[in-house]
Design a protein around this ligand. Sequence first.
Ligand code: SF4
Length: 377
Amino acid sequence: MVLAFEQGPIRPPSEAFSLLFRLTRNCPWNKCAFCNSYRNKKFSRRSVQEIKDDIDTIAEMCRLVKEISMKRGFGGLLNMELLVQIHNSEDYQLFHVAYWLYNGGKTVFLQDANSLIMKTVDLVDILQYLKERLPTVERITSYARSSTLARKSVEELYALKEAGLSRIHVGLESGSDEVLKLINKGTTAQQHIEAGQRAKKSGISLSEYVILGMGGKQYSREHALETAGVLNQINPDFIRLRSLTVVEGTPLSEKVRNGEFEIESEEEIVRGERLLIEHLEQIQSSIVSDHAMNLLEEVNGKLPEDKEVILAVIDRFLALPPKEKQNFALGKRWGVYRVLDDMLDATQHAKVAAALEKLEQEGKYQETLSFLRNQVI
Ligand code: SF4
């Protein structure tokens, strides 16, 4: 019989080397206007016993990987050669566990969208069991909604931290109530603040995700300034930047069609990004642009000391002549450039310039840019 445990479809980019398994299925809210991750999928809970059984299965898979290593002459060790063999000969989940072990077997991400919706006492039980059965684990992380976090006391969150929960990833998206209402986030700015402050007080590391461009043209300024205001009150460990991409079939795409939401241009989004970062004050957060959807992936650094360096990256883009801004945007979305310095490569620059000219002649620049952005999701 093939061993199996339940996994969901999503993880944050920073959890690329983590073991992934499910505590709950899908999203209990599932109504954010921009989100397609769990659309048409019903939320359901898993019992503590089911989850513990999955942890046992993962522990058994760890043992199996060792056994395979012994049998194939690797002395119980796991190197790239054996990893490739396991990839080619075993099922995907055994490979996932082997890949995790190859990367140290240290980090776990609990799926899906809001594991903290479970009762604290059950979560503590699961975290303790996980650490007992998988003793190499050093970091356990999960997504959580602010409205759920805000219902847990600092004492409960502290109990989770003591049981092993190291980091919580929260989709803040915006700190503006207008924007939160527009995107149907089901959370207010005040709840974001309460939730974030509680997580911080408990000692759990906190990542807040912000969507650049989420205010659209109408609320661009409010989005930047009020998001900065909320983040200033939370002081999260990480502020992770994402750029809005409107996914076809979402309520937001409908709002775009009927004119209720106007998508900002690449430059407007970058201007909003600058306004946001400029107004982050007296916090010690790391700013991370760890997603290819961001036009300026090099906007990274620790506040307050790197603020000027971060703003200088943004200003470098904003100071480009209009044609060069278009050149960078197209090259970035096309995958020719990653960072601004890539434009200095004359061959690549000429290649993008030629494509840009052709697209402009055909009146297809914007359309192509939107198409390329949507490919990144
Ligand atoms: S809470 Fe997260 S997963 Fe759920 S609908 Fe909103 S963005 Fe999507």
